[in-house]
Design a protein around this ligand. Sequence first.
Ligand code: ZN
Length: 286
Amino acid sequence: MGRGLRSGEIQQQKLINLLQFRRWLLGGLVCLTTMIGASGCASLRQVLGRELVPVQTEVRLGQQLAQQVETENTILPDAELQRYVRLLAQPLIDQAWADRPDIDYRITVLDDDKQVNAFALPGGPMYVYTGLLALAADEAELAGVLAHELGHVVARHSANQLATSLGVQLLVSISLGEAPEQLAQMAANLAGAGAMARFSRDDERQADDFGVRYTIAAGYDPRGLITLFDKMARLEAGGGNSLDRLLASHPATDERMARIGRRIEATAATGERRAAQYQEMTQSLR
Ligand code: ZN
């Protein structure tokens, strides 16, 4: 392969990148000018964050964070339960994969009954704590929260977090300077310091929409999202410290629950809850 051709390809790619960037910058500015008082318009930060964080960087960051998570936590040694949760999540992952096929999705159960939480890392790794498995009453409830997490991954909300943490201006400079290594390094430093911004309310709402859509498409009762969030909210009212992490990342507000309820009613969907099977499989955690 000649050097000239490769250089030509690189120039072409640079041009494409620049054009894409201008398109999104324009979209962002249009968005910014219409943002005041307008609803349903993605913020400038959301638009630019998604465009300026390369998928490769997102995936690498996720891998670094996964290493950190698996060092700081204990992976549940129960292979049968790990497999059960993976099988339960698979129809949801199939839906996510149809929307975003450029990454690998995998789910791991972490052994900590004090943590009522599930979370997704940039680029595909997802984790659920045994504390959340024990709180959920049936497959529909666990499926709901996992589908919500998948929504964060599919919509690339971690890129928005980075835009918040690093600042859009820095992302633009890094992007134009073609230094994705620098971005990955800075992102990892931020994550290591626990300084990743929480998801915005807009991102949470969007993840809820994915959650409803994916659970319905996968054949689960989407009301599982509401019944689980309701239990979490009641735990919060009881002042459980173990919920800090969950509530920090996904505050289950009344407004969100009402909104999810309206979405579900609009579809009039029904689905499976599979309580007996779930209770039997998670019996050891109770
Ligand atoms: Zn969330």
